[in-house]
Design a protein around this ligand. Structure first.
Ligand code: HEC
Length: 147
């Protein structure tokens, strides 16, 4: 009787495992094939870019508050460097508007350059205005292209 019950449980277990495994494996490989081929690397790069953007924006915010021009240059440099390779990024939604998507990156670069000019001139009040304009590009893109 006991053995029977254990065997029964074992069968249930096996069924669950067998049903579960292929479903997951299939779901996974299906998804991976789709994304990993050429989009996987690009997606990873895009996520990293966003993390760098965020850290650059935080550095800039702190620098402006502290009137620390050197720190502000570091932030602006990081922001600009983080733009490299954006051509491979893919919008998560509104994919047809890829041109507009990339134009926002270009605009971000321009505004960062303008901000840098103010930082170099040691005018952090003016840099703060440009900083707001930089953030406004982040917001525009997120509004339109983030899920
Ligand atoms: C051209 C479009 C675009 C621009 C410009 C852009 N982002 Fe993003 N961002 C995205 C997309 C798409 C996602 C969602 C997918 C992802 O994380 O890659 C995202 C996600 C993020 C995330 C992660 C989301 C979260 O909720 O944790 C952060 C942080 C971020 N962006 C910061 C920034 C900052 C800061 C700027 C401006 C300096 C910026 N982004 C500019 C498109 C953009």
């Amino acid at each position: 009787m006991r053995m029977g019950k254990n065997a029964f449980l074992l069968v249930i277990y096996m069924v669950l495992v067998c049903l579960g495994q292929p479903a997951t494996a299939h779901g996974f490989s299906g998804h991976d094939e789709h994304v990993a081929t050429d989009n996987g690397e690009a997606m990873k790069a895009q996520h990293e870019r966003m993390a760098n953007f965020r850290s650059a924006a935080q550095t800039l915010c702190d620098a402006i508050i502290r009137s620390d021009s050197r720190m502000a240059v570091t932030g602006a440099d990081k922001l600009q460097k983080s733009l490299a390779g954006h051509e491979k990024d893919i919008p998560h939604k509104n994919r047809k508007l890829a041109k507009e998507f990339h134009a926002l990156y270009v605009e971000l670069g321009k505004r960062a350059e303008k901000m840098k000019t103010s930082i170099r001139a040691n005018d952090l009040s003016e840099a703060a205005v440009s900083y707001g304009q930089v953030l406004s590009v982040c917001a525009s893109c997120h509004n339109k292209f983030r899920d």
